[in-house]
Write a protein that binds this ligand. Sequence first.
Ligand code: PEP
Ligand code: MN
Length: 333
Amino acid sequence: MEPGATAAQIGTVILTIQKFGGTPHTLHNDNRTVIAGIGLSEAIEPGMFTKMVGVERVSGIHQPYKLASREIKTESTVINVEGAAIGGETVIIIAGPCSVESRQQLLETAWAVKEAGAKILRGGAFKPRTSPYSFQGLGLKGLELLAEAREATGLPVITEAMTPEMVPLVAEYADILQIGARNMQNYGLLHAVGRIQKPVMLKRGMMSDVQELLMAAEYILSGGNYQVMLCERGIRTFNKMTRNTFDLAVIPLLKQLTHLPVIADPSHATGRWDLIAPMSRAAIAAGADGLMVEVHPRPEEALSDGPQSLKPERFARMMTSLQQVAQAVGRSL
Ligand code: PEP
Ligand code: MN
């Protein structure tokens, strides 16, 4: 629409899209309202919109991931979570334990990561473990502890929802809902988080390509939830010396293809605490909008992912070194 288009002019376009079987999605870009008409009947003449008052330009969206594409929205999306602007100039650091294990463990970690400059606290309450015999998370108790840590420290929290049924409960406690790598193509779950109005972090499946990741994001966006961020967390390759292979090039690639914020998770990408700092620096240099890092006060006692968890003092030291890299690429921390 033209910059000064009126609500009535916008409304007419929306009604016309609906009349021709399409679903309208209203986005904002470059001081304009952009209306995407997804699934319009073939019978419609694009010229028809061109003639409408208030319409500046009509064009097709060529990518299959339509709402996620930079074609429809050239401006980067910024997701505001309790004062943290994800996708803005500041690189947002999310840190905390892999799993919430106890009040003591969570609060100790939360205060330490806050002190070091993290803006968001992570912690799994429902854990998607490879083995059914491994620690499965504290469940509701874990969510309650996250709420307590949030209250105490003021840090917003991110935690995973594993099933569609779980989404309303997790959304009551979490500031950001996490969709884990194993669930990237759980379409029932994607539909469920597409219907809520809360930020979602979608992790790339360990065997998924970039287009599949963007199409998974499109499920959430097409449901009407536009607050989606993507997370590169490493993929499966033949290399056995790291848990996964950190697909670094995907960070600038995603920044080209989509307006959605891109987060890097060097912890799951490498599986080794000694590689987290260099890979974090690399991710920021490559253009990541944020990092998600696992921190545990006593990694040797962790109930999950101890080998990739940083001790608080190592995390704090890493944060200092990240500042210089952020500055070098025109960002702050
Ligand atoms: C996690 O972040 O807690 C997690 C389980 O990661 P992923 O889904 O990437 O394996
Ligand atoms: Mn983990």
